[in-house]
Design a protein around this ligand. Structure first.
Ligand SMILES: [Zn+2]
Length: 274
């Protein structure tokens, strides 16, 4: 599932091709991708241009010149790509945006769980409930040390499950939850409110740094992620815990084990993650 670094990589890829070109045609091959009336979606967008692309957590906010915003969530397997004129849809292409210069923006989704919703720009926090309740972006400025510690103190959830809850911190999914807990030497089963202030600060720092590092590396290609220009990310080569069950911990040589926490596969080191 694409997490914050992967969605940010898609955003940066799309920014090179999508903006400032009139959208001349839209084809919706799988209508359930669209929240609301698909024909109204098409009619409202046709003739406008993308003016900016923002991101909030794992949501892309595609800003249009007519003050509407396409809120796009990739969910499990959603993927954008930019194709040249005349390129035929792929097997799993679900939505096509044709641009005035002939470029085609494809939205592919093998699992068909992704969604697009058209809202008035600026109304996404009111119109999309999970954006309205979303926690801060994992940046130095937005995710303050006090907020993070205070919020941890109010939950008995396992810390792994707590990190996956977008209402606590935006953008973390299964990959980076395992990674930041390994980096912070924290056992994924610990109750959130058992973390000391020192552990909380260390975890917060690792979240901010790890997600920035993953963005710099173009995200992970786990689950066949590729960016809009067809380039793959490199982050999957830099993971310490996620997907490495049975391999040795880089810190102490112990065998990494896989358990289930909150119905999600969770890999950690039983020796150094206390
Ligand atoms: Zn270890």
């Amino acid at each position: 599932m694409p997490e914050l670094p992967e969605v940010e990589t898609v955003r940066r890829g799309l920014l090179k091709y999508f903006p400032n070109k009139k959208i001349t045609d839209i084809k919706i091959i799988y209508p359930k991708i669209i929240v609301g009336d698909p024909q109204e979606f098409v009619d409202s967008i046709l003739g406008s241009k993308v003016s900016q692309i923002d991101r909030r957590g794992k949501f892309l906010l595609i800003r249009l010149s007519n003050d509407l915003t396409i809120v796009s969530h990739l969910r499990m397997e959603g993927r954008y790509s930019v194709e040249t004129a005349g390129t035929q849809p792929h097997k799993h292409t679900e939505v096509i945006f044709d641009l005035e210069d002939g470029d085609r923006v494809f939205y592919d989704d093998t699992r068909k769980f992704g969604r697009m919703q058209l809202v008035d720009s600026g109304q996404e926090t009111n119109e999309v409930k999970s954006i309205g309740t979303m926690g801060p972006e994992p940046t130095e400025k937005d995710l303050t040390s006090d907020y993070f510690y205070d919020r941890l103190q109010h939950s008995k959830k396992e810390i792994k499950a707590w990190l996956l809850d977008q209402n606590n911190v935006a953008g973390i999914g299964n990959i980076y939850a395992d990674e930041v807990l390994w980096l912070s030497k924290i056992n994924p089963l610990r109750p959130a409110n058992s973390l000391t202030k020192e552990e909380s600060d260390f975890l917060r720092k690792n979240i901010i740094e790890e997600l920035a590092f993953a963005i710099k590396n173009g995200g992970s290609t786990v689950h066949s992620f590729v960016d809009a220009s067809g380039h793959s990310g490199h982050m999957q080569d830099k993971l310490h815990a996620y997907g490495r069950a049975g391999e040795t911990c880089e810190r102490d040589g112990s065998t990494l084990v896989k358990i289930r926490v909150a119905q999600r596969g969770t890999t950690y080191c039983p020796t150094c993650q206390k």
